[in-house]
Design a binder for this molecule. Structure first.
Ligand SMILES: NC(=O)C1=CN([C@@H]2O[C@H](COP(=O)(O)OP(=O)(O)OC[C@H]3O[C@@H](n4cnc5c(N)ncnc54)[C@H](O)[C@@H]3O)[C@@H](O)[C@H]2O)C=CC1
Ligand SMILES: O=C(O)/C=C/C=C(\O)C(=O)O
Length: 503
């Protein structure tokens, strides 16, 4: 809901002078807000937990102008070593304010505190350190060449920042995915204007305080809140002062952003949706495969682009595997984030719940066997109003059903039997998406063969979401364009220049 408020001028990421806190834009090192505000609701119980300043076109412009100015100020003149020190200071600042980030992330998303404590917040800090280390240590190429006069020439490469990077973020892993882009962008000497998801504004705003405290010059890190089309997201991606755009989110949004970036021929890096297959062979370590598949289906309430929504199980193991998955799904504990027993939170919003439930309905209409779940859980007290859904397992549908083809982004999976390795490779690949897969087998040769044959950017063998941040990350087919991670991020966040010197 949009509401209008008088000009506000608080200096902090959030202010709670009124009962509901205010989340402001962070532009040129200052927290600012204009006339437009929107409500942020709790996924747990739908209560309004914050009012968020929606950045107008003029505020987006101010952020881009500040980011350009910073490129030509002290930030642009820093040595790599000085930048690296600042990035380490930012990482340490996140760690110092761990509890504040934890509270903000959990309030915005409703995810279990244990998950945010072990994954989201530590990765927020790690994303700054890893890319500080990468830029400090990565060599550039050097070639000697002969010349007709016999004196020769040398070539060496230099990396230069691309400029102002627009960073468009989703709501599922807000701090993790935002810093995954901001970390390398800043390490390479760029400045950024971040547009967090309208569902999760808090941690991006809070990072402004950390960035200021670390001594990062104003204008290097800017945050503008708002929506996508006809709002802040569109104002940012269509702004010609933005030199490159990096995005994580839905494939359709990525395509819209690509169109916006075409105006001015600006580079894009797109990490998009998935319809990831787990492939379980009869020779797998059964307990490890069950534990890993439960995590890949239900972690973060299924709202992970790398998550599994199709599970192919070799026929001799099928019934036993489905029974164990059912048992595991039924032991998931839905509840309040701060309860240590909670293993699953709500979906992000009522709107997203409507989408997920529409697939639960379609599965039923198509005649799926609902092994477990398929509806809304009975939650106590105020939680009744939250965006809760049951963890759900289906069987009985084929590869052509919408349940096997479209990204649902909820805690659900369709389990299907297969008979041969060749067949399962063909079926896993018969999909528009190509982000990730998890292969469960104790046959090493088969593991390598299948990993090589699946059309994805990330193939896990006997694991899921095991992340070495130096490795490439991204999707094939409609799951993405480009790769980030380790040195691969440098290819997007820098312009590579060759200097040829005749001796
Ligand atoms: N990591 C992933 O793969 C994610 C996938 N999704 C999927 O996307 C569906 C929709 O969720 P949304 O949050 O609406 O995802 P989305 O892809 O529409 O939004 C992601 C970000 O892009 C911004 N955005 C949207 N349209 C834009 C535009 N035209 N120009 C510039 N920025 C734009 C949004 O404000 C948000 O910050 C979900 O139901 C889920 O299935 C959602 C979040 C993450
Ligand atoms: O570990 C990462 O860098 C990213 C993980 C998840 C996503 O990209 C996503 O869910 O969108």
């Amino acid at each position: 809901m949009l509401i209008t408020e008088p000009q506000a001028s608080a200096q902090a990421a959030s202010s709670s002078a009124t009962a509901v806190k205010q989340i402001k834009n962070f532009i040129n090192g200052q927290y600012v807000a204009g006339q437009q505000w929107f409500d942020k609701r709790s996924p747990q119980n739908n209560a309004v937990i914050a009012r968020v300043a929606e950045a107008s076109r003029a505020e987006v412009d101010a952020a881009v102008v500040a980011a350009h100015a910073a490129l030509h100020g002290p930030w642009g003149r820093m040595t790599i070593a000085q930048r690296v020190d600042l990035l380490y200071a930012v990482a340490d600042g996140i760690t110092r304010r761990f509890d504040d980030f934890l509270a903000a992330e959990v309030e915005d998303t409703g995810k279990p505190m244990s998950l945010a404590r072990h994954v989201d917040i530590p990765r927020g800090a790690a994303n700054f350190k890893i890319f500080a280390d990468v830029v400090k240590n990565v060599p550039t190429e050097f070639f000697e060449m002969p010349t007709p006069d016999g004196t020769g020439a040398i070539n060496y490469a230099m990396r230069r920042p691309v400029g102002v990077v627009g960073v468009i973020c989703p709501w599922n892993l807000p701090l993790l995915l935002m810093t995954w882009k901001v970390g390398p962008a800043l390490a390479c000497g760029n400045t950024v204007v971040v547009k967090p998801s309208e569902e999760t504004p808090q941690t991006a705003a809070l990072l402004g305080e950390v960035v200021n405290a670390a001594g990062v010059p104003p204008g290097v890190y800017n945050v503008v809140h708002g929506f996508g089309p006809n709002s802040t997201g569109e104002f940012l991606t269509t702004h010609r002062g933005v030199n490159a755009i990096t995005f994580t989110g839905e494939t359709r949004t990525g395509a819209a952003i690509m169109k916006a970036a075409a105006d001015g021929a600006r580079p894009v890096s797109l990490e998009m949706g998935g319809k990831n297959a787990a492939i379980v062979f009869a020779d797998c370590d059964f307990n490890a495969a069950i534990e890993g598949t439960l995590r890949s289906c239900f972690a973060n309430c299924g709202q992970v682009c790398l998550g599994t929504e199709r599970v192919y199980v070799e026929r001799p193991l099928f019934d036993r595997f489905v029974a164990a998955l059912k048992k595991g799904a039924e032991t998931m504990q839905l509840g309040r984030p701060e309860d240590p027993a909670t293993s699953m939170g709500p979906l992000i919003s009522q709107e997203h719940r409507d989408k997920v439930l529409s697939y639960y309905k379609k599965a039923k209409e198509l005649g799926a066997t609902i092994v477990t779940g398929g509806g809304i859980p009975d939650m106590p007290g105020d939680l009744k109003n939250g965006a809760w859904v049951q963890p759900t397992i289906w069987t009985g549908l084929g590869d052509d059903s919408v349940i096997a083809r479209e990204e649902i982004f909820g805690p659900c999976a369709l389990v299907m039997p297969f008979d041969t390795e060749e067949e399962v490779i063909r079926r896993a690949n018969d999909n528009d998406y190509g982000l990730a897969t998890a292969i469960w087998t104790t046959n090493l040769s088969r593991a390598h063969r299948v990993a090589a044959a699946i059309d994805v950017g990330i193939a896990w063998v006997n694991s899921w979401f095991l992340r070495d941040l130096r490795t490439s990350f991204g999707g094939a087919k409609q799951s993405g364009i480009g790769r980030e991670g380790g040195v691969h991020s440098l290819d997007f966040y820098t312009e590579l220049k060759n200097v040829c010197v005749k001796l």
